[in-house]
Design a protein around this ligand. Structure first.
Ligand SMILES: Cc1cc2nc3c(=O)[nH]c(=O)nc-3n(C[C@H](O)[C@H](O)[C@H](O)COP(=O)(O)O)c2cc1C
Length: 180
């Protein structure tokens, strides 16, 4: 059996990001996999920069997405919207010939400080993935609310219920990715 390739994308660049913790928890939940976390610290999209040639970091990201069996995106909420880091990455990837996201099984999850766990950002992220043709999973939303109190020091989730919810949606992703 070939080992599935999973690509994680975190919409937060900070070292202690709860979204990166959640992403790692999701990757662990996936089980045996060749998992990578994408570098999203990319230059800001700029048509003039694009005209000089798509940056290598962007073509690498597009290749990682294209080669992955499944993509997991963990995204915070910034002022009721998608993080600029993630939007910038999606905009760049959309400019790389070959349409890396087309039909790609993609799970969106998130962690945020607020009471909804970033629900507005979650739906906005799903909308932003639509033009790219990603096969975004229609699962119950796993959104970690009040994220500051929900992770142990080792990055694992404190709440069994959140962990069970995460395991459930990751299992759905695994089933769909395996069936392709
Ligand atoms: C510019 C900015 C805007 C934010 N807006 C929201 C928001 O609209 N809703 C929310 O729940 N949290 C908001 N937060 C708090 C984030 O959810 C919190 O900082 C979270 O930990 C960020 O994710 P990270 O831990 O992965 O970096 C905001 C934080 C920043 C820096």
């Amino acid at each position: 059996m070939t080992i599935p390739k999973i690509l994680g994308m975190s919409g937060s660049l900070r070292d202690a990001s709860f979204n990166t913790m959640l992403l790692k928890a999701a990757i662990t939940s996936y089980g045996e996999a060749d998992a990578q976390i994408a570098e999203l610290n990319l230059p800001l999209f700029d048509g003039d920069l694009e005209a000089k040639g798509i940056p290598e970091a962007v073509t690498k990201l597009a290749s990682q997405i294209a080669e992955a069996d499944a993509v997991i995106i963990a995204n915070p909420e910034y002022n009721k919207g998608i993080s600029g880091v993630l939007k910038n990455a999606l905009d760049w990837v959309s400019r790389v010939p070959g349409n890396a996201f087309r039909g790609k099984p993609t799970l969106v999850i998130g962690a945020a400080a607020g009471r909804t766990g970033g629900e507005t950002s979650y739906y906005m992220t799903r909308n932003c993935l639509a033009p790219l043709g990603a096969a975004v999973l229609a699962t119950p939303a796993v959104l970690i609310a009040g994220a500051h109190g929900e992770f142990n020091e080792d990055g694992t989730l404190k709440s069994e219920r959140y962990q069970e919810n995460l395991d459930g949606v990751v299992a759905t992703l695994r089933d769909i990715a395996t069936r392709r």
